[in-house]
Design a protein around this ligand. Structure first.
Ligand code: ZN
Ligand code: ZN
Length: 215
């Protein structure tokens, strides 16, 4: 089991339990939960509360897109992500394998420059989610955020202004955080990153490339 130090917050868990997150965010949450006993237990308590609300006769409003996204997630993964059997060779937990069509060897990477590679996964349009591979010791362009960015580490580790993030750790970034993630030496860092708004790049070159990269 991973030593996880950075977890989901209550609003993400509640949004996930009620089916109100964009599909891209639901995938990141489901993937974290399948690696993290602590958040799985917290989710179970939110599910219990949600069940009680439904028993009460009240309804939870969902728009069509989040409903479709929720059904897609149910189709792609177990409703309650289970703890992974510790297979040494598996990098992707099962919710993510459903989107990739397998493990790491099935990813169709595209070069982003500077050795960084990405693979955008297919989800509903409200938010986007991509796999990122950052070479050991390399930095991502420094950037801020217009909305929420969730970054879940699957392999290796990175450091930024908020600390160290290793496998299973999730960083929740918003408008207040400006950061420069740097992959640790020794191993390439592979992350699952979801955003609901374009990033805010400080330097000109990444800003110019932005429309082509879709970040
Ligand atoms: Zn957790
Ligand atoms: Zn960021």
């Amino acid at each position: 089991m991973e030593q996880i130090n950075h977890h989901l917050n209550d609003s993400l868990l509640m949004g996930y339990a009620s089916g109100n997150l964009p599909e891209a965010f639901s995938l990141v949450v489901a993937t974290h939960i399948s690696l993290c006993d602590e958040c799985r237990a917290r989710l179970a308590s939110f599910d219990a509360v949600g069940g009680a609300l439904i028993d009460d006769g009240s309804t939870i409003e969902m728009d069509e897109e989040s409903l479709a996204a929720t059904f897609a997630l149910i189709a792609n993964s177990p409703a309650e992500p289970k703890r992974e059997a510790p297979t040494k060779d598996t990098v992707f937990p099962s919710p993510l394998q459903g989107y990739v069509g397998g493990d790491l060897d099935k990813v169709r990477w595209r070069a982003l420059g500077g050795g960084v590679k990405q693979a955008v996964l297919n989800t509903s349009s409200k938010a986007t989610v991509r796999l990122l591979q950052i070479p050991a010791g390399a930095a991502m362009p420094d950037h801020g955020h217009r909305g929420t960015e969730l970054t879940l580490v699957l392999k290796g580790a990175f450091r930024d202004e908020d600390g160290r993030f290793g496998r299973g750790d999730i960083e929740i970034a918003n408008e207040d955080l400006h950061h420069t993630p740097v992959a640790e030496d020794g191993e390439d860092c592979i992350c699952l990153a979801a955003t609901d708004a374009p990033l805010r790049f400080r330097r000109l070159i990444p800003r110019m490339a932005q429309p082509f990269l879709g970040i």
